[in-house]
Design a protein. Structure first.
Length: 272
């Protein structure tokens, strides 16, 4: 009996050691914390979470309601990466905050910018002196103005394109008043309260307010836009295994299919 108990204890010890070895070896999961806007970023990450788990990554998602705190949190090392911005916005942030040392780890999706109105059916219906409300995010202005130029409502300085600012409007036959003094997160409120002839709203905020950019907007940015949303990390981190695995999953067929099905053209997947 004593011999049997000894054998049993020995076997149990071997089992415990094997389990510990598995936990500390290949079976160990690595925690990755990513800051993201609610929609669609956090939703896409939630869909990716179980796929990442299978690859040994325990994803924690921190949701943000604005465009300032995600980069501040990344700088202060409260998160490992963020997912809410496009390259022009990141470029502007790096200029405005020299202490930020960030890099683009890869593009995930495009959110076509939309123009909304409770008064008019199309941009061509805008009257003389129309008031158009857009965000105070300077990095977005050239992108927005390009929509109006494509519709023939304004003309920008030669060669400005997506880099244009309000001061680069050289022709404005309808004397459209562009008002750019509102936080991006408040644009849907301006639309709800009918504060202008047209309101230009970022797709993530539009979807969050139950607007369908493809159906509810009176003008929508085309797929040729260079404003794809990216995973941003601190310099030197984009080649880390966890970050590369995150991008691999976000570019997978499972996530691409999810984006196409869930957002029905309001959000376009980017595969690299």
């Amino acid at each position: 009996m004593r011999k049997f108990i000894q054998v049993l204890l020995t076997s149990l010890a071997v089992f415990v050691l094997a389990a510990c070895s598995s936990t500390s070896g290949e079976g160990k999961t690595e925690k990755l914390t990513v800051g993201a806007s609610n929609v669609p970023h956090a939703e896409i990450l939630e869909e990716a979470k179980p796929l990442l788990k299978e690859k040994g990554i325990d994803l924690e998602i921190i949701k943000f309601q604005d465009y300032i705190l995600p980069n501040k949190s990344l700088y202060e090392k409260e998160i490992d990466a963020n997912y809410f911005q496009h390259i022009p916005y990141l470029t502007q942030q790096l200029k405005d905050n020299p202490k930020y040392k960030f890099e683009n780890a890869g593009a995930v999706h495009l959110e076509p910018m939309g123009v909304y109105s409770k008064r008019h059916k199309s941009l061509k219906d805008l009257p003389d002196g129309a008031k158009v409300i857009l965000s105070n995010s300077v990095a977005e202005h050239g992108r927005i103005l390009s929509i109006f130029e494509a519709e023939g409502l304004i003309k920008l300085k030669e060669g400005k394109g997506y880099e244009a600012q309000l001061s680069d409007i050289v022709e404005n036959p309808k004397n459209i008043e562009f008002v750019a003094d509102i936080d991006p997160g408040l644009l849907t409120k301006a639309y709800e309260h009918d504060e202008g002839d047209a309101i230009v709203i970022n797709t993530n905020y539009a979807i969050d307010a139950d607007l369908n950019p493809k159906e509810d907007s009176i003008a929508l940015e085309g797929p040729e836009s260079p404003f794809a949303n990216i995973i941003t990390v601190r310099e030197g981190d984009k080649d880390k295994k966890a970050i590369k695995t995150l991008l691999e999953v976000l570019h997978s067929k499972e996530i691409t299919d999810f984006i196409e099905k869930e957002y029905k053209g309001s959000v376009l997947p980017v595969t690299e």
